[in-house]
Design a protein around this ligand. Sequence first.
Ligand code: DP6
Length: 320
Amino acid sequence: MKKTARAHTNIALVKYWGKKDQDLIIPMNSSLSLTLDHFYTDTTVEFSDRFSADTFTLNGQAKANDQVSAFLDLVRQKAGINTYAKVESINHVPTQAGLASSASAYAALALAASAASGLTLTKPELSRLARRGSGSACRSIYGGFVEWQMGHDDLTSYAKPFQEEVDWDICMLAIVLNAKQKKISSRGGMQTVVKTSPYYPAWVKTCQADIKAIKEAILAKDFVKLGTIAEENAMKMHALNLSASPHFNYFEPETLVAMQLVEELRQAGVACYYTLDAGPNVKVLCLKKDVTIIKQKLATVFEPDQLLLATPGPGAHLLA
Ligand code: DP6
């Protein structure tokens, strides 16, 4: 009744931003992401009669476990057990990197907890389970390019691999900035947007077209097309936040500086594109051959330790 799983984070190129169902986490639009090698979570789950409560440690420190316990209840229900669990997670996602650690966290927890409980879930079942913890986690079950097909209910909403083995040199350079403003959670932010942005229906429509086009770009290994779609999709998502009531944004002054540097690189002929999630950090999509020149340019403003490189990574798997 003890298992350890590893799951990697993912970066959405066509973003998930809005829910149809808050409880089941059914999204308003399909999304498409790239799983990353460099950032991951290792989680060990042990169910035992010896325990009198669920416990959860993150990087060795005891944490509040309400959300983890609620997630474990889903697993216990499926497995027909009622024993408590000890959950130990190590996050290999740098704090403040804004690389959606909830995605790797819930993907690892879904796999470790289900395996430890004696369940043998298929990948679609595992993806559906991870989704209940955090929407973006359903995509981290798979490696490479992954599509979360929105579906319309618990049974039909899960991720599917689009291209698991990525045989081209696409990579992502994350620029880690110092966040000063209070962060609005993605959960709260997307809820405000669905309720109040007049542009929301247009977002849903545009995502459908973006998914179709970005899949074509992936198959054709057309990096310029992929980068353009990803950057524009991210800006459309952030435009929703600016058009919500109350309006909000995730930008810091340095966010705009980083975006400007990427645009200057592009004007100089280097193919690179930015994307941003629910935080100030800028993630630069590029090809491996251009990493050195991009780093040189970014180093005019940022410190070397603010730049983290990631390449395509694998899906969630059991370690022990
Ligand atoms: C901007 O998956 O963190 O990163 O389902 O409420 O837990 P919940 O939200 P979460 O949202 C991720 C939003 C995003 C875009 C994306 O990853 O698709």
